[in-house]
Design a protein around this ligand. Sequence first.
Ligand code: NDP
Ligand code: GDR
Length: 348
Amino acid sequence: MKRALITGITGQDGSYLAELLLKMNYQVYGIVRRASTFNTDRIDHLYHDPHDPKARLFLHYGDLSDGTGLRRILERVHPHEIYNLAAQSHVKVSFEEPEYTADIVGTGTLRLLEALRDYQTAHGVQIRYYQAGSSEMFGAARPPQNEDTPFYPRSPYAVSKVAAHWYAVNYRESYGMFICNGILFNHESPRRGETFVTRKITRALGRIKVGLQDKVYLGNLDAKRDWGFAGDYVEAMWLMLQQERPDNYVIATGESHSVREFLEEAFGYAGLDWSDHVEIDSRYFRPADVDHLLGDPSKAMHGLRWKPKVTFEELVRMMVDYDLELAKQEKTLKDAGHVVALRGVAGN
Ligand code: NDP
Ligand code: GDR
């Protein structure tokens, strides 16, 4: 049975990837960071008590800031594949916490690669490693962007992802390690963090529709992104590690939309006019933003035989449907006298 180790398993992508690998009969090991509250909501449906013979998902406490802990986990798990998805992944937050972002996203990747290099030498094995790169690395580069487009990062997050990308390339070239860099464009889902713009919009829309709130406050509506579905994108991660040779791949839909277009699609689907409910608040603008990301996924389509299945319209509707249902549940709780927090709606 193949064993995969996932950092960032509690995040959006980690949960879809764990689901995919379990379906393919892997044993899945996830690294979870300790928090004072439970942070495993997205994977709770996959978890069985480790005493249960059905259990194939196992969790270990760990953090990308703690290299010794990462080394210990490798020795306990003996993985065949590693997916490094852990990150402080919020671009706006990276302007507020640049040192922490660099430590986890950039140096954290280096810690894991160092641990892996030593593990491979000690055990005489080769493990396949996936590095979660981002279209943010292209930043201000002219669209469409592909594997040959030079990086022009526009935030501490993006600069840190560029560092992680080049560490990964350098370890591949220096030590012959099997390391793939996925350069993934934005991908969303009903499990998307509630402070990213798509989910912030659909969460607010659900609540507006059932009368729990009236407005949502946003920043730059002109930014254009190439939005796909997270469930499709984790398949590309797996495919990269099944190839004969490690490489870099852009994963995208090849179609971009502005935040304004996302609003039109989402509110239109729910039978509302977005302009009645959206206010601009300067606190959501970034010191430097990325205007237009549009990926060219030709290499992945030919080399990996990967293509996105969910369209932009289907993605928006999937998220709106889910968040409308969630808002109805909140409404029921509120009507029964419970406090319903505005968590996520007013975030970044
Ligand atoms: P999320 O923010 O949803 O998940 C990030 C994960 O990293 C969470 O499990 C989080 O744990 C974990 N994490 C954060 N800090 C640490 C740390 N110090 N040590 C260990 N784990 C940590 O991100 P996504 O799932 O959306 O993205 C996955 C990866 O792909 C990230 O690296 C992201 O930067 C990158 N990416 C994402 C894209 C997207 O559109 N979604 C596009 C391109 C790249 P916790 O749950 O406790 O917070
Ligand atoms: P992004 O995603 O920065 O592309 O990073 P996000 O959804 O945060 O922003 C997309 C665009 O929307 C604009 N915007 C707002 N953004 C947020 N979060 N909140 C708002 O209120 C708001 N109003 C307008 C932003 O300015 C931006 O232009 C995501 C993350 O998942 C990264 O980890 C990943 O690497 C990239 O996608 C690809």
